[in-house]
Write a protein that binds this ligand. Structure first.
Ligand SMILES: [Zn+2]
Length: 345
């Protein structure tokens, strides 16, 4: 199935040297079988091209030809296993090819142009290593950027945001794109111990501050988390970059707060979500990690996490009952909380 092949090709693309899209259905990179030219580091003679409803690999250096499936197994056995599983699941339902969204080119005249796209970094680059250590899925690397001098770059967008450039440092830039791939906000995450760890800057305050608008499908079940990075681990997931997760759409929306039953701010927010009629995930006690990235790092798979989430969604009266057991702090003025239903952000 072409659209699945293409999805998985993009998933492993950061592992393919000099990976380039030549045209629709034609990709070029250095051959992972023979390693390509020994004399030239830039020659790239491996090609993936569309053949009817699938993709085929061919190297013009060593002559290897392979189905997309065998090619993927050669490049990354873990992603290969996911591919097999996904193909198996999609078998009966032939997908509507018009639903597939082409990989978009996000830059144009965007201010991101002056930054470094993380997907273009070499495998052993410290930032690439940082993302790998946090197991941030490689299909999202093309929407993440490196600002070598974060303060200086921000000042080009918001003049004098940082009046002093003392202590300027590199940060990971996580852009918030709207439905048309225009950046309206971004978050800068520190790589080291710089404080604060996250700096969120909104360029257009008219917009709801939501990360992932360019990828979300509002016709499906939508998951909402606090952290943009956490959102990358789940399907159809957006992030609000604040502990208030209430988005405008309530139906078929599941709010997933961080797992912090002892954190008063989080606990208060959850009570608001429930009183407002949202469906909310109350993490079971055996889950100890405080957010989704930590769960991934502790070895839980995406599908395990998704299963825990789907099994622990509460709303209405059931949510109110479960909440009492779940929270590990007492709230003062509990009666007043239901009056406090404003939205901020
Ligand atoms: Zn070859």
């Amino acid at each position: 199935m072409y659209y699945i092949d293409q999805k998985y090709l993009l998933l492993v693309s950061s592992q393919l040297k000099h990976f380039k899209k030549k045209s629709d259905g034609l990709y070029n990179f250095r051959c992972p079988y023979c390693g390509d030219s020994k004399k030239s580091q830039t020659k790239a003679r491996g090609f993936i091209f569309r053949k009817e409803n699938s993709m085929i690999y061919k190297c013009h250096n060593c002559g290897v030809g392979a189905s997309f499936k065998n090619f993927l197994r050669q490049v990354d056995s873990k992603i290969y296993n996911e591919y097999i599983l996904e193909r198996y699941k999609k078998k009966e339902v032939e997908p509507d090819i018009t639903q597939f969204r082409k990989p978009r080119f996000l830059l144009g005249d965007s201010p991101l142009k002056s930054l470094i796209k993380v997907s273009t970094l070499e495998h052993n680059h410290p930032v690439k290593k940082f993302l790998e250590n946090r197991q941030i899925p490689s299909h999202s690397h093309h929407e993440l950027f490196l600002a070598p001098k974060f303060f200086e770059w921000v000042n080009t967008l918001v003049p004098n945001k940082f009046p002093s450039l003392d202590g300027d440092h590199p940060r990971l830039v996580i852009p918030f794109f709207d439905e048309r791939d225009k950046m309206f906000a971004f978050q800068g995450r520190a790589f080291g111990k710089e404080n604060p760890k996250y700096i969120t800057i909104v360029l257009d305050s008219e917009r709801d501050k939501i990360y992932g608008l360019n990828n979300v499908d509002w016709n499906k079940k939508v998951y909402v988390v606090e952290g943009p990075i956490d959102s990358l681990f789940l399907d159809n997931c957006i992030a609000t970059a604040q502990s208030d997760l209430r988005v405008r759409k309530k139906d078929n929306t599941i709010l997933i707060p961080d797992n912090e039953p002892r954190n008063k701010e989080i606990v208060k927010q959850i009570e608001r979500f429930i009183n407002d009629g949202y469906s909310v995930v109350l993490w079971p006690e055996y889950v100890k990690e405080k957010d989704i990235n930590d769960m991934i790092l502790s070895g839980k798979s995406k599908s395990e996490i998704q299963k825990i989430i789907n099994e622990n969604v509460y709303s209405g009266i059931k949510a109110k009952t479960q909440f009492v057991f779940w929270k590990k702090v007492e709230l003062k003025n509990e009666k007043n909380l239901s009056r406090n239903q404003y939205r901020h952000g």
